[in-house]
Design a protein around this ligand. Sequence first.
Ligand SMILES: C[S@@+](CC[C@H](N)C(=O)[O-])C[C@H]1O[C@@H](n2cnc3c(N)ncnc32)[C@H](O)[C@@H]1O
Length: 229
Amino acid sequence: MKSKFFNKETHYHLGRPAHAESISTFLADNFDADKTCLEIGVGNGRGTKFLAAHFKKVIAIEPVADLSAMDIDVFNAKNVELYSVPIEESGGLNLDFDYLICFQATHWFYDFEQYQKFYGHAQKPVLDISTQVKILDQPEFFRELIDKYKLEGAYRGFDYPRETIFDDSYDVVFSADKVAHGICSTSWIDHSAFDEILQAIQQRFGKQEIRARVTTEVKEVGPLEKGTS
Ligand SMILES: C[S@@+](CC[C@H](N)C(=O)[O-])C[C@H]1O[C@@H](n2cnc3c(N)ncnc32)[C@H](O)[C@@H]1O
């Protein structure tokens, strides 16, 4: 199953949105800093930096080793322990944690039921934090692009509404290039049609910037009720 994960991180690094800074306050208000947090699907550490600044220890899981390269500061922090493995294959690690937090990652896990069993057995608080980017300019054009190229993991803001516990949104502007990278920046797809997609966006927008709204949502998803895991 590991072969699902490609080390093609270029689009990914260029396309990822940042998470809202107010996550720091949210963590401080709700979580005991003296505990261990497990983060799954850490990518290039955009969420990990908030966790490492708050928790005594962070166990970070990321199957694509190149995404969590050791030149990313947070992965060199003393309180961060990094494992390159998919969560479904982490049985041998014997993970011991107090909280489980994922930043925009759960929709990628290849066996979601197994993930649910994992946190169900652990019986620990589980949070799903997602940053969504909703394009404000000509969203129907982007919707068509996503459908045409089957960009399933692309900007989830279009089709991935979630229950909002805390909402922190702000408007940003992107270049056509950045939006194209974002749309193609899925974890395991180095999209073969990247140039075509970039061209289509450039043709439509030229040098004009593209407005988007970034929203951070936090959803409590676990632990599951006893007996369901
Ligand atoms: C959309 S990225 C989010 C990365 C990071 N958390 C962030 O907020 O920028 C999803 C991440 O989940 C990772 N991932 C995908 N499948 C996974 C699995 N089965 N187990 C653990 N991580 C996985 C991907 O490699 C990718 O880094």
